[in-house]
Design a protein around this ligand. Structure first.
Ligand code: ADP
Ligand code: ASP
Ligand code: MG
Length: 407
């Protein structure tokens, strides 16, 4: 059987941990399995590299950021291969490019276009363990790219799909996917299984246990995967297509995204084409927008003629988004721009919401009881999200978890 195993930053945080990873891999290899190992940078390394660049300038060139960030994973692949050699196991490390991972040219959040795993197959056929650097690829022109924060998950899932792996295991520092981040909610429980759609919502709404794009990819290609701990042998959480009984549970999980920022354009002229102009420019800058709210303007003498337009972006994109908005001001002619990064997005997620009512009301009631003001709301068939004050985020998360999932 071909197995893809991915080890995240804390699982390879130091040489002791890397040696432990090598021992686990060696055990599977000894059983005669073909193993492809995807590793992240050692924990903290990517953050440090970003900090170094930002010490020099606030908005560094994105191509150079990719050249810089890709070094983190390159360190770990070599150390992992060396650890396997120390155990007498044949192993070869490959960068994303060497592994045949081809991406588009959107630096710092490139999308995988295709994978040609010729080299991986060759090495596996020779009996080697293959260690692939997560989070990176290259364009057809040979430019180094990275796949967005948490992108080693995507490398693993995409390789599992391309190699038609029999098993895809995502090893991390918790025992699986929980009903909420176990570091923030002590009463959170490990889930035995979760559907792609629920995992996708939780991931894109702040549960960083899986990168959301990797879950999207898994759903598209039907890659069943297990999230489990690299620190013990406990079975983890299986992420797979929705089954009928999954709908019996109304709320599967709760998440808190502290990585959001909000921009409000005050007194935007209320006429056709303005929102199109704003979001086209934001999109052209490759900035993802999540929630959008438009109301009658309080900052204009004639509220009928103007609206306030608020939207949320990822915190790291805030400066870039502000720049884009500033460049539109002469053309569109809005009033003030208010930007804040002291917001959080709290969400409840579950496929059971499709067939149960009263869920949003219960959420709002719980928040009201905690004295938490709701700034923005958005819903879909399987989730309700609210934007609230960052300072009250964790308190609200605990209260909402207790209300829906117990404490
Ligand atoms: P890795 O370095 O292995 O990729 P991450 O730090 O990216 O690990 O993701 C694991 C972390 O995700 C956990 O330590 C946990 O704090 C956090 N997390 C957030 N939400 C959840 C959740 N619902 N279930 C499990 N872990 C979660
Ligand atoms: N090292 C990258 C990051 O910290 C990718 C990953 O860990 O998945 O975002
Ligand atoms: Mg991660």
């Amino acid at each position: 059987m071909l197995i893809v195993q991915k080890y995240g930053g804390t699982s390879v945080a130091n040489t002791e941990r890397i040696k432990a990873v090598a021992s686990r891999v060696a055990r599977y290899h000894a059983k005669g399995e073909k193993i492809v190992v995807v590793v992240s940078a050692m924990s903290g390394v990517t953050d440090n590299l970003i900090k170094l660049a930002k010490d020099i300038m606030p908005l560094p060139n994105e191509r150079e950021m990719d050249v810089l960030l890709a070094t983190g994973e390159q360190t770990t692949i070599a150390l992992t291969a060396i650890s396997l050699h120390a155990l007498g196991v044949p192993a070869v490390s490959l960068t994303g490019a060497q592994a045949g991972i081809v991406t588009d040219g959107v630096h710092t959040k490139a999308k995988i276009k295709n994978i040609t795993p010729k080299k991986i197959h060759e090495l596996l056929a020779q009996g080697s363990v293959v260690i692939v650097a997560g989070f990176q690829g290259q364009t057809i022109e040979g430019q180094i790219t990275t796949l967005g924060r948490g992108g080693s998950d995507l490398t693993a899932i995409a390789l599992a799909a391309a190699l038609k792996a029999g098993l895809c295991q995502i090893y991390t520092d918790v025992d699986g996917v929980y009903t909420a981040d176990p570091r923030l909610v002590p009463g959170a429980r490990k889930l035995e299984e979760i559907s792609y759609d629920e995992m996708l919502e939780l991931a894109s709404l702040g549960a960083k246990v899986m990168q959301s794009r990797s879950v999207e990819f898994a759903k598209k290609f039907g890659v069943v995967f297990e999230v489990r701990s690299s620190l013990n042998e406990h079975p983890g959480t299986i992420v797979k297509e929705e089954t009928q009984n999954m709908e019996d549970i109304v709320v599967r999980g709760v998440s808190l995204d502290k990585n959001q920022a909000k921009i409000t354009l005050v007194a935007v002229p209320d006429k056709p084409g303005v929102a199109a102009r704003v979001f086209k420019a934001i999109g052209d800058a490759n900035i993802n927008v999540d929630m959008i709210v438009q109301n009658i303007s309080h900052g204009h003498p004639d509220p009928v003629a103007a609206t306030d337009l608020s939207f949320t972006v990822d915190k790291p994109d805030l400066l870039k988004a502000q720049k884009v908005i500033d460049s539109l001001k002469p053309e569109i002619g809005f009033g003030r721009v208010i930007a804040t990064d002291s917001i959080a997005k709290l969400s409840i997620v579950g496929v059971g919401m499709k067939s149960h009512t009263g869920v949003a009301g219960k959420l709002f009631e719980t928040l009201a009881r905690e004295g938490v003001n709701i700034d923005m709301i958005s819903t879909s068939e399987i989730k309700v999200s609210v934007v609230i004050d960052l300072a009250k985020g964790e308190q609200a998360l605990k209260a909402v978890h207790a209300a829906f999932l117990g404490s």
